[in-house]
Design a protein around this ligand. Structure first.
Ligand code: BYC
Length: 311
């Protein structure tokens, strides 16, 4: 076969045609540096979120109220670790090593979802995280299954299958508590009060304030905007809350159509404070990850030694 060398302009045209025709971009394809860097930033942020996100729930494994709930929680948290692995794997196809991603996280140069910088105070929080945090994540991730970069899209398909089970395990906890004693009902409502706004913040700033949305939509990395996804999440979650007798902690929430709601103002100062490292648990989350990474150094050394020997 004769290989024809394309110039930059032709390469760009070929890339743009693929995007326009819904053909996935694959690791060996030519892509503009900006597209590559955009993906490296977003996919690694996503991977770090999955792994750091294991901490708030991990806090409750040893105190789960029954063997059944403990087994379910263990499996769920293990899934989140697996999601991190699929995503680090997808990000590595863009030419950056896993070690580099972890270094950026430890140096505070890489972000992870702001919601994981809040504390999980009691068992109801495990319910609220599954229901709301996984519920918000899946709303975004269903749309990311159609993202233009092949390895990211394929990772999302697997992740979404597991995430829908996670959302249900959280909702089941909330529902059981709402059928329980007055104290349990109060705990469930209190957990909703504390996790509602951080869950809405997971979708990122309003579209008008989101510097990355322009390119992300142009290149079909994001298929729906931050605000559109937030609306979808709100619209599907409110009936779920009402069904089990929970009240959404937003005095300005208004129904504006069938299954359509307008929400009150989000505290963007709190959002940026948390993102910039000043949330209630930022320091704890990062220190825990650094410590676990250091403690696991011998495992990596053994794996590498075996790998080198078996070559
Ligand atoms: N938290 O221009 P924008 C899970 C940053 S884990 C932190 O709108 P973009 C689970 C943003 O990065 C899965 N940072 O950005 C695990 C940007 O800063 P940089 C969670 C945020 O990328 C365990 C700046 O703000 N899901 O499900 O177009 C237990 C401006 O934003 C946040 C993901 O990680 C935030 N909430 O859109 C339970 C989703 N929002 O990077 C559950 C993957 C914004 O320019 N990520 N920023 O320095 C995405 O889909 C997109 O990156 C975002 C933001 C929608 C988050």
């Amino acid at each position: 076969m004769i290989e024809v060398e394309l110039n930059q302009e032709e390469l760009l045209k070929e890339f743009e045609d693929k995007i326009a025709n819904e053909v996935k971009i694959e690791p060996r394809d030519w892509m503009p540096d900006e597209y590559r860097n955009h993906l490296i930033r977003q996919i690694s942020q996503h991977a770090h979120s999955e792994v750091i996100g294991m901490q708030p729930e991990g806090n409750w494994i040893s105190r789960a109220p029954s063997l059944r709930s403990k087994k379910i929680l263990l499996a769920k948290i293990q899934d989140e670790g697996g999601h991190g692995l699929y995503l680090y794997g997808a990000a590595e196809t863009l030419g950056v090593s896993r070690d580099q991603f972890i270094n950026w996280l430890h140096e505070g140069k890489a972000k992870y979802a702001s919601v994981f910088n809040y504390p999980s105070l009691n068992w109801a929080d495990v319910g609220a995280i599954g229901w709301l945090v996984d519920g918000a994540a899946i709303t975004n991730q269903v749309s990311l299954q159609r993202t233009s970069y092949g390895p990211y899209a394929r990772a999302m398909v697997r992740i979404c299958k597991e995430e829908s089970f996670h959302q249900r395990q959280g909702y089941e906890i909330m529902w059981k508590m709402m059928e329980g004693t007055e104290d349990q009902k109060r705990m469930a409502q209190d957990a909703l009060n504390r996790w509602w706004w951080p869950a809405l913040m997971m979708f990122g700033p309003h579209d008008s304030e989101s510097p990355n949305t322009g390119n992300a939509v142009k290149w079909k990395i994001k298929r729906e905007s931050n605000d559109r996804l937030r609306e979808k999440f709100i619209n599907k979650t409110i009936p779920q809350a009402e069904l089990i007798g929970l009240k959404i902690p937003d005095p300005n929430l208004k129904q504006i159509g069938e299954e359509q709601y307008a929400h009150g103002d989000i505290d963007w100062k709190e959002f940026w404070d948390v993102i910039n490292g000043n949330g209630p648990c930022n320091q704890q989350r990062l220190e825990h990850h650094i410590q676990a990474h250091q403690d696991g150094a011998w495992v990596r050394e053994c794996a590498n030694a075996y790998h080198t020997k078996s070559k």
